[in-house]
Design a protein around this ligand. Structure first.
Ligand SMILES: C[S@@+](CC[C@H](N)C(=O)[O-])C[C@H]1O[C@@H](n2cnc3c(N)ncnc32)[C@H](O)[C@@H]1O
Length: 240
């Protein structure tokens, strides 16, 4: 998306800490900007124009997790896949700092945690698409009147078709079985195909190889309550 003057234009507005009425109330407003990699503040990613090879300091397949939470999963997955560049996208300042600290403590240098709205991250991601997308326990919005906020709906399916490179894959884990059903329905007619699903990961395993996954913080909480965690594996076929 380039305006006539050649400068990139972004829909996501990264307000400066002093633009908030009481920046002193949230120390993470400043901290996530000042701590450096693996924390990636929005303005830095925008300045880099989404040049991910430059941001990571190397060229590697890009895998993106949406809504990283406290960073449990991305830290373990980045350690499992040092051959990937792993990007977590998280909207909440405090969680961005938590993820960055976890990555630092684990000595992981191949992951970044970006403070951005996942619905707008397309403007930063490579036009050619990314190799992998991961959504772990998206906010549930269980009430009918909040259904429009649910991530796993048709607009997200359309976004996924644009974000994935041909042959790229999306993995979803969620505590709501209804959400994977709704999403499977919502993506009908889109150039995506369902590779597999699980209605109870603890009982049946994941549709992707079990050894190629790690438990997320929310997933662990649901296991502790004896509740099922569901999974859906979707591919954008290499040839339409
Ligand atoms: C229910 S938590 C799950 C956290 C983690 N994935 C896990 O499984 O433990 C959902 C996360 O998504 C983040 N989130 C919600 N909306 C978002 C958005 N529009 N862009 C980026 N992150 C978002 C929340 O801040 C929260 O950390």
């Amino acid at each position: 998306m380039q305006p006539n003057d050649g400068a990139p234009r972004y829909r996501f507005v990264d307000r400066e800490p002093d633009d908030y009425p009481r920046p002193d109330l949230n120390p993470f407003l400043r901290q996530h900007r000042e701590m450096g990699p693996p924390a990636l503040p929005a303005y830095r990613a925008q300045e880099a124009g989404g040049d991910w090879d430059a941001i990571f300091g190397r060229a590697a397949p890009l895998h993106v997790e949406i809504g990283s939470g406290n960073g449990f999963w991305i830290t373990h997955m980045a350690a499992l896949h040092p051959e990937w560049n792993m990007l977590g996208v998280e909207i909440r300042f405090k969680r961005v700092v938590m993820v960055a600290k976890k990555l630092q403590t684990a000595g992981v240098s191949t992951a970044r945690i970006l403070r951005y709205d996942a619905f707008m991250v397309e403007e930063l991601l490579p036009a050619a698409g990314v190799a992998g997308l991961y959504v772990n326990h998206p906010d549930p919005w269980p009430k009918d009147r909040h259904a429009k906020n649910r991530l796993l709906a048709r607009p997200f399916g359309e976004l996924v078709t644009r974000l994935l490179e041909p042959g790229g894959r999306l993995r979803i884990k969620t505590d709501g079985g209804g959400y994977i059903d709704e999403f499977s329905e919502a993506i009908k007619g889109l150039p995506l195909r369902v590779l597999g699903e699980s209605r109870d990961i603890a009982r049946d395993g994941t549709p992707w190889p079990d050894e190629d996954d790690r438990v997320t913080n929310y997933q662990r909480k649901f296991y502790e309550k004896g509740l099922p965690v569901y999974a859906l594996w979707v591919e954008k076929p290499a040839t339409p």
